[in-house]
Ligand binder design. Structure first.
Ligand SMILES: Nc1ncnc2c1ncn2[C@@H]1O[C@H](COP(=O)(O)OP(=O)(O)OP(=O)(O)O)[C@@H](O)[C@H]1O
Length: 326
C-alpha cells in the first residue's frame, strides 16, 4: 500500500525574472499534516501552484498518490484554498460552492445537503444565501475553505487559510483542520501563523529564497534538549560571569515577560531571575544546581526549554543576506 501522498523530487520553477523555487524535495505521508514556512516571497505559493497544476514546473517531478502533478487524476485528489482567493461577487455563497461542485463533476441531484453541511462546517451557515459582495474578507476565506472541501478530497493544499480571520475565526479554523486531519486527510499548510502550524503539523520545512533551508519533525525542532532554564532567587548580576566560568557552561539571563524580576522584600541588588544554560550532558545540570545553592541562592525551578516555532524560524533566517526573495 502506498503510504506517500505527496512526493516531490527536485521540483523547480524558474519564472522569467529568475525567481520562483529550486530543487525542492519533500515527501508527505498519507494523513500527515505538513507545514510549509518561509518569509514573504520565499516561493511557498509557487510550489503549491505547481502541485495543484496551476503552473508548470521548469524541472523536477512530483506525484500525488502516485499520479503526476498537472494530470487530471492528480487534480481529482486535491482541494485547494489559494492565498489570493476571489469569488464571483454577484453569486451567493451557496451558488459559489455549487459552481465548484459542478466543476468537480459532482452529482447535482444530491448536492444541496452537502452544500448546507459545508457552509455550516466552515461557519458561514445561513449567510450562504447572501451574495459574496456582502461578505467580509474573513467570510470569503471561509467560503474558499468550503470550496476546497466540496468533493471531499484526500489532500488539502491550504495557502494561508486563516490570514483574513480574527482570533476567534482562527481558532475555529484550527479546530476544523484538526478534525479534517483526524478524518485522515493529508494537509499541506502554508502559513505565517506559526502557532497554527505548531498545533497541527508533525513536520515542517522552511523555504528561503526559493530553497529549503531547514526541515524536520516539529517535536524535534521545538525540544532542542540542550537548553535548560533555572529560576534562581537571591541573584545578583555580578554572579553570572563567575557562574559561567566556574561551571564551564554558557549561561545567560533569560527575560521571561510573565515573571516580574524584582520584589520589594528582597535585599537591594538581589532578584529572582531565570537563567538559561546550554547543557551538553545531564551531569552539568546537577553541577550548576550545586553551584547556585552553594552561593546562597535559592533554586526554585529547573526545566528544559521548549522553543517556540517562531524562535526556530527567526533563528533560521536571522543573519541571512536574503530573506524570502533575493
Ligand atoms: N508569475 C510570476 N512571475 C514572476 N515572478 C513571480 C511570479 N509569481 C511569483 N513570483 C516571484 O517569485 C517569488 C516567490 O513568490 P511566491 O508568491 O511563491 O512567494 P511566497 O513564499 O508564497 O510569498 P508570500 O509569503 O508573500 O505569499 C517572489 O520573488 C515573487 O515575486
Amino acid at each position: 500500500m502506498n503510504t506517500v501522498a505527496i512526493d516531490i523530487q527536485q521540483l523547480t520553477k524558474e519564472y522569467d525574472n529568475g525567481r520562483g523555487c529550486r530543487n525542492v524535495t519533500i515527501s508527505v505521508g498519507k494523513g500527515e499534516a505538513f507545514g510549509f514556512l518561509g518569509p514573504n516571497g520565499a516561493g511557498k505559493s509557487t510550489l503549491v501552484k505547481m502541485l495543484v497544476g496551476l503552473t508548470a514546473p521548469t524541472s523536477g517531478r512530483a506525484t500525488l498518490f502516485g499520479e503526476p502533478i498537472g494530470s487530471l487524476a492528480a487534480k481529482q485528489h486535491v482541494g485547494y484554498l489559494p492565498e489570493l482567493y476571489r469569488y464571483q461577487e454577484w453569486l451567493t455563497g451557496e451558488e459559489v460552492v455549487r459552481l465548484h461542485s459542478r466543476l468537480c463533476g459532482m452529482d447535482q441531484s444530491t448536492i444541496k445537503p452537502r452544500i448546507k453541511q459545508l457552509l455550516d462546517q466552515v461557519g458561514i451557515g445561513k449567510r450562504g444565501i447572501d451574495r459574496v459582495k456582502h461578505y467580509s474578507k474573513g467570510m470569503q476565506q471561509r467560503l474558499g475553505m468550503a470550496c476546497a472541501l466540496v468533493n471531499d478530497p484526500p489532500i488539502l493544499f491550504l495557502d494561508e487559510p486563516s490570514s483574513a480571520l480574527d482570533p476567534i475565526g482562527r481558532s475555529e479554523v484550527r479546530e476544523l483542520l484538526k478534525n479534517l486531519k483526524n478524518e485522515g486527510k493529508t494537509i499541506f499548510l502554508n502559513s505565517h501563523l506559526l502557532e497554527e502550524v505548531e498545533s497541527l503539523c508533525e513536520r515542517i520545512a522552511l523555504l528561503n529564497n526559493g530553497q529549503i533551508l531547514r526541515h524536520g519533525q516539529v517535536s524535534q525542532v521545538l525540544y532542542t534538549q540542550t537548553k535548560w532554564r533555572f529560576k534562581v532567587g537571591g541573584f545578583t548580576p555580578e554572579i553570572l560571569p563567575w557562574l559561567s566560568e566556574t561551571s564551564g557552561i554558557a549561561i545567560k539571563r533569560y527575560m521571561n515577560p510573565s515573571i516580574s524580576s524584582a520584589t520589594s522584600v528582597l535585599p537591594v541588588g538581589q532578584e529572582t531571575v531565570w537563567l538559561e544554560a546550554t547543557i551538553d550532558n545531564e551531569e552539568q545540570i546537577g553541577w550548576l544546581n550545586t553551584l547556585i545553592v552553594n552561593q546562597g541562592m535559592t533554586l526554585y525551578n529547573v526545566e528544559p526549554v521548549k522553543e517556540r516555532l517562531e524562535e526556530w524560524f527567526m533563528d533560521a533566517v536571522s543573519g541571512l543576506s536574503h530573506r524570502g526573495e533575493q
